[in-house]
Design a protein around this ligand. Sequence first.
Ligand SMILES: [Zn+2]
Length: 385
Amino acid sequence: METGQQKSDAIWQMGIFDAHCHPTDIVASIQDIASMKARVLTVMSTRAQDQDLVQEAAKKYPLHTSNDDFTDPASRYVVPAFGWHPWFSHQMYDDLNGDIAPDQIEHYKSVLTPRPDDVAFVEALPSPRSLRQFLLETEERLQECPYALVGEVGLDRSFRLPQGPSAMTGDMKSKTGGSEEDYTPGTREGRPLSPYRVDLNHQKTILRAQFELAAKLRRPVSVHSVQAHGLVFDLMQALWKGLEKPSKAQRKKTKDAANAFAGDNQPIRNTDSNPPPFPPRICMHSYSGPPEALKQFLAPTVPADIYFSFSTAINFSNTSTAKVTNVIKAVPHDRILIESDLHCAGERMDQLLEEIVLKVCEVKGWTAEEGAKQLKENWMKFVFG
Ligand SMILES: [Zn+2]
C-alpha cells in the first residue's frame, strides 16, 4: 500500500495538468504560477476583461512546442483558451448575417428573458458588442498561439444576471495580494441576482459560432454546461450531421459484404483546406450530468473525441459524491481530465489538483503513478490531438 506521502510524491513527479482554470480572475496571482507545483495550467478566458490577461499569462509561461514531453519537474506552462462564456453571451449581438449594431435597449430586450421592462437595469449593462468582431479577434489570438484552445464557451440554463452595474468597471483595484478587491472586473462581484436569464437561442448562436471557429482552426474546446447537456449535444450533432462514423451494425454489414476494406472505421478526412465542420476534441468541464447521459457523447458514431473533466471544487461540493463517483467510473480511462476550475493561482490550486487526481485514482482503482500518467496522456491528447 502506498502511503499518502508516497502517492503525493508520485503524482507530482509525473506532473499535474490542470485542464480548466481562471487564475486571471485575480491577476496578482499569475506571478505565483512560477512557485506552484502544477506543471501546466489550461487558462480560460470568458469575457471582455480577461482575453488580454489570458494572452499575457501565456506569454509569461510560454509553451514553445507541442513536442515538449513535460518531464522537467521545474517547467511551468500556461496554455491559453480564448472564448466567450454563456454568462456574458447577452453582451454580444449576432451580426453574422451583416446586421448593424442594434440599439442597446432593443438588444437586451431581445436576448434577455423575461423581457426586461426595467430601463435602468438595461441601461447599466455594457454596450453590446459585435459577435463578428469578436470572432475575428479570437481567430487572431488563436493563430498567434498554435496550441491555444477555444474556451470557455457553453450553455447555462440556470444562470441569472446580477443586479446593478459592475462596481469595478474602471481600472483594476489596488493589488494587495489576492484579496477580494483584486478581482478582475466583469463577474458577479457579490451583487444580488436579477430575474433575467439569457435566452437559450441566443446562447446557442454564440456557442455555435465559437464551435465553428474551433472547427475551422482544428482547436479543442472547453465547454461549460449547466442543465444543458442535451442541448449542447444537439448542437454538436447538428454540426456533424451526415459525417457520423459508421455504427457497429453498419460496419458489420459492410464486412459481411466482403468489403472489409471500405468498412474500416476511418476517421473523418482531416485536411487544412477542408476541415470537418465540428471541433476535433471537446471537453465537458466540471461535468455534472448523470452517467446515462455520457452514452450519447461516447457513442461510436460520434466523430469528435469528447472528454470529461472533474474538479473537487464543483464536482465534489454541490452534488452527491456517489453520483460523481459513478460518473467517473463510467468515463473511459482515456477520456477523463482533471481541473481546479479555480479563480486564483497558488497553493490552494495545487491542493485542489492533488485532491482530484487522488480521487480519480481511487475511483478508477489506479495507483497514484498510473493515474497521474494516464491523466497526463489524456491532457496531451486533448490539447494536441
Ligand atoms: Zn470555468
